[in-house]
Design a protein around this ligand. Structure first.
Ligand code: ACO
Length: 308
C-alpha cells in the first residue's frame, strides 16, 4: 500500500497586481522584475480575506475533487508562515469552518518547503495505518508581511492556497521517496522581522544548488533515473532557480510547471497551486512520475518523487 493524492483544489484571490502597477508605487520596472524573476503579476487578497479563508476555499475544492466529506478527514495539516494569528492555528480554524469534527489539526512552519514537509508527514500517518484521509493545505497571505516600500522583496511575493487530500493508493503509486532537510545556520538569509527580510543573492545560490541536488536524491532513493521523470513541479520562486533544477534533470521546457509569472512566489502554496493547474491543463497524466521540489526560509528544503 502507498500514500498518494486522491483529490486537490486551489484558490487564488481575484485581485491582480501587475509589475506595471508596482512601477507606480516603487522605484522598479516591469523589465527588471521579469528578467530577474520571471514574475509578471501576482494575486493579492483583500483585508476581509485572511489566511484561513484562502485555505478554506482551496480545501472545499479538494474535498469535492476527492469525493469525500469533511467528517471523514482524520488530520488537517496547514503549511504556512502567515497564519491569521499565532494561535489558534489555521488548521483549527479550518477544522471548524469545514465541520471536520473528528480531525486532529496543526500548522506546520517550514516556509516555502512547508508543503513538502506536509505531504511527507501525511504519508507517515497513512502508511502506518493510523489515518485514512489527511488534508494538507499550503497557504500564504504574504502581502500582510510584505514591506511595500522595499523593492528588494515586495516585487517577488503573492497570496494563494493549494490543498490536497492524501489517502491510500495501490503499491507502487503515490509518494515513492522523499528528502527533507534544514540548515538553521542559514536562517539569517531569509526571515520575518516585522516584514520579510531577505538576502536575495545568498538565497539564490542556496536554492540553485539544493533544488538540483534534492531532485536527483529522490530519484536515486526510488531507484529511478532522470530519464524516468515525466514532469517537474519546482517551488515557484524565481524562473532562474527553477530553470537550474530543470537543467539538472535534463528535462525539456514543456516538462516543467511554470506558474510563477501569474502568481509570483506564494511560498507553501506554490507547489499545490501548480499541481492543480498542470492537472487541469492535461500536463500530468495517470501513471506519470512527478518530481516536486522546494526550498525556503529556515533554511529548509524538501523533495518528493510521486507516481501519479
Ligand atoms: N527593481 C529594480 N531594481 C531592484 C529591485 C527592483 N524590484 N530590487 C532590487 N533591485 C536592485 C538592487 O538595489 C541592486 O542594486 P545595487 O546593485 O545597485 O545594490 C540590484 O537591483 C540587484 O540586482 P542583481 O544582483 O542583478 O539581482 P539578482 O540577479 O540577484 O536578483 C533576486 C535579485 C531576484 C532577489 C534574486 O537574487 C533571487 O531571486 N533570489 C532568491 C530569492 C528567493 O527565492 N526568495 C524566496 C525564498 S522562499 C521563502 O521562504 C519566502
Amino acid at each position: 500500500m502507498g500514500a498518494g493524492v486522491i483529490g486537490l483544489g486551489r484558490y487564488t484571490p481575484e485581485k491582480i497586481v501587475t509589475n506595471f502597477d508596482l512601477e507606480k508605487i516603487m522605484d522598479t520596472s516591469d523589465e527588471w522584475i521579469r528578467s530577474r524573476s520571471g514574475i509578471e503579476e501576482r494575486r493579492i487578497a483583500g483585508k476581509d480575506m485572511d489566511t484561513s479563508h484562502l485555505a478554506y476555499e482551496a480545501a472545499i475544492k479538494a474535498l469535492e475533487n476527492a469525493n469525500i466529506s469533511a467528517e471523514e478527514i482524520d488530520l488537517i495539516l496547514v503549511a504556512t508562515v502567515t497564519p491569521d494569528q499565532p494561535f489558534p492555528s489555521v488548521a483549527c480554524m479550518l477544522q471548524e469552518k469545514l465541520g471536520a469534527k473528528k480531525a486532529a489539526a496543526m500548522d506546520l512552519s517550514a516556509a516555502c518547503a512547508g508543503f513538502m514537509y506536509g505531504m511527507v508527514t501525511a504519508k507517515q500517518f497513512i502508511e502506518s495505518g493510523a489515518y485514512k484521509y489527511v488534508l494538507i493545505v499550503g497557504v500564504e497571505k504574504l502581502s500582510k508581511i510584505t514591506n511595500w516600500e522595499d523593492r528588494n522583496t515586495a516585487v517577488l511575493f503573492g497570496d494563494g492556497a493549494g490543498a490536497v487530500i492524501m489517502g491510500e493508493v495501490s503499491k507502487g503509486r503515490g509518494v515513492l521517496s522523499f528528502e527533507l532537510g534544514a540548515d538553521g545556520s542559514g536562517g539569517k538569509y531569509l526571515y520575518q522581522d516585522e516584514y520579510i527580510m531577505m538576502n536575495g543573492r545568498e538565497v539564490f545560490k542556496f536554492a540553485v544548488r539544493q533544488m538540483g541536488e534534492s531532485s536527483i536524491n529522490v530519484l536515486e532513493k526510488a531507484g529511478l533515473s532522470k530519464e524516468d521523470v515525466d514532469f517537474l513541479i519546482p517551488h515557484q520562486a524565481n524562473i532562474r532557480i527553477m530553470e537550474a533544477a530543470r537543467q539538472r534533470l535534463e528535462l525539456p521546457e514543456e516538462k516543467m510547471s511554470k506558474t510563477v509569472h501569474k502568481y509570483g512566489n506564494t511560498s507553501a502554496a506554490s507547489i499545490p497551486i501548480s499541481m492543480v493547474e498542470e492537472l487541469e491543463a492535461g500536463k500530468i497524466k495517470d501513471d506519470d512520475l512527478i518530481v516536486m521540489v522546494g526550498f525556503g526560509g529556515g533554511l529548509t528544503w524538501g523533495a518528493i518523487a510521486l507516481r501519479w
